[in-house]
Design a protein around this ligand. Structure first.
Ligand SMILES: [Zn+2]
Length: 421
């Protein structure tokens, strides 16, 4: 048996040597594994005594062949690493090229992707509604006219608003002017008062605001609510923090600490619950104003709920809201080291639009001015005209609307739609 075993060992070494020769490996490096091989052979011999000689032989060859492979693998990784590194580099270059190509095509308007940079999220890549993109391609005249209308309105500015007994809801503006188009983009963005210079506009993904450094809060926050945005996709974030994008420095959570005032959202967190990004944005201090707790959690909260109820009944609701800053900052009480003004009133201005296809069906305006304090009244008690809000704040709302419709809507005192409480 011993002789037979030795003979087999020779066969084995031959196999091993020939394998190594093929792989171009020096034999002195494989000395240690040889010992292992021998040990394994001995172990194998002890455990498999009952097996026939042929079976044993086959088994040993398998063991030795796998050992040989493990010897070879000691040398392979160096070569493999080079290959992997090279492949990674090629993949990286291809990725960079694709990104560059996508960016170029999106800038050229060939593919409908917008790439924007947000400081807290990095690059934001947005894909528009395919239906709208298709409509834009098949009916370019609609969009071209909308742009022209926007330019025209911007150039004219807003004329002085005339008093009128018209109701807030009007369809006449649609048929009389022959304007049956979608309302212009950015309709919610108002024009700031012209008698002050501390305005800083901040465009976020869910809303736009104008920050007034003198008051350490925004004078307006504007956004739209569509039925899709009413779908709650995320929970309240509660991560109140200073807004790093306000060049003069925004108010901080510390300013409100122990002040007795709530950090009152202007764009409510509940209106921004359709995405994580918009929810997080709503907690920037540039979206806050010091509100009496009984006001913030009472009538203001009720009004915010009303706004969502109105939004649920139309195709697009334009919302502009903020404090009534009608006096110099020095005339207001203030809180914190940044001296955040405590407003005495807040306003909300709304425009609810319904469409029939691409034609405007109805446009309804709403306006409220509510004192910053406790009240048991319903928000409907505080309905006023948009003209009233413009007079007190100096802000010009809906300047992109054709003047006839703008005047009619802004002078209306009672929305025809029922206020829901
Ligand atoms: Zn402003």
């Amino acid at each position: 048996m011993a002789k037979k075993g030795d003979h087999k060992k020779e066969d084995v070494n031959k196999t091993k040597a020939s394998n190594k020769k093929e792989a171009g490996i020096k034999t002195d490096k494989s000395k240690k594994p040889d010992h292992d091989t021998k040990k394994k052979q001995t172990d194998s011999k002890q455990t498999d005594k009952k097996q026939s000689g042929d079976e044993q032989s086959a088994r040993k060859k398998i063991i030795i062949n796998s050992q040989t492979v493990s010897d070879l693998s000691e040398h392979l990784p160096i070569k493999g690493k080079h290959k992997i590194g090279k492949r990674l580099l090629i993949a990286f270059i291809i990725l960079i090229c694709l990104c560059g190509l996508a960016f170029g095509l999106s800038k050229a308007g060939i593919i409908p992707i917008t790439i924007t940079y947000l400081e807290d999220q990095g690059l934001l890549i947005e894909f528009p509604d395919p239906a709208e993109f298709y409509r834009q391609k098949t009916h370019p005249e609609e969009y071209a006219q909308t742009d022209l209308q926007k330019e025209d309105s911007t150039a004219q500015g807003s004329s002085a608003v005339q008093g009128s007994s018209a109701t807030a809801q009007t369809e006449s503006g649609v048929t009389e002017t022959g304007n049956t188009l979608l309302l212009p983009d950015g309709l919610e963005i108002p024009l700031c008062p012209t008698d002050s210079h501390d305005h800083e506009r901040r465009v976020l993904s869910g809303f736009t605001l104008c920050y007034r450094e003198d008051y350490e809060q925004p004078e307006w926050v504007a956004y739209t609510i569509t039925p899709e945005k009413l779908v709650k996709e995320t929970e309240r974030a509660n991560n109140f923090r200073a807004d790093p994008q306000i060049s003069t420095g925004s108010a901080t959570p510390d300013d409100y600490k122990a002040s007795g005032y709530d950090r009152g959202h202007l764009a409510p967190a509940a209106d921004m619950a359709y995405s994580d990004a918009t929810m997080r944005e709503s907690f920037y201090m540039s979206n806050m104003s010091p509100q009496e707790p009984s006001f913030n959690r009472g009538i203001w909260n009720n009004l915010e709920n009303d706004v969502r109820a109105i939004a649920a009944g139309c195709d697009c609701l334009y919302v502009i809201t903020g404090p009534v800053l009608e006096k110099p900052a020095s005339k207001y009480a203030h809180i914190g080291t940044n001296e955040v003004s405590v407003p005495e009133y807040y306003y909300k201005v709304l425009l609810a639009v319904t469409y029939e296809g691409t034609q405007r069906e109805s446009v309804t305006s709403y306006a409220y001015i509510v004192p910053n304090g406790k009240t048991d009244e319903n928000p409907s008690k505080f309905i006023c005209t948009i003209d009233d809000v413009e007079k007190r704040t100096g802000i010009d709302f809906f300047s992109l609307l054709e003047d006839g419709l703008e005047n009619e809507l802004e002078a209306g005192t009672k929305p025809t739609a029922e206020i829901i409480n």
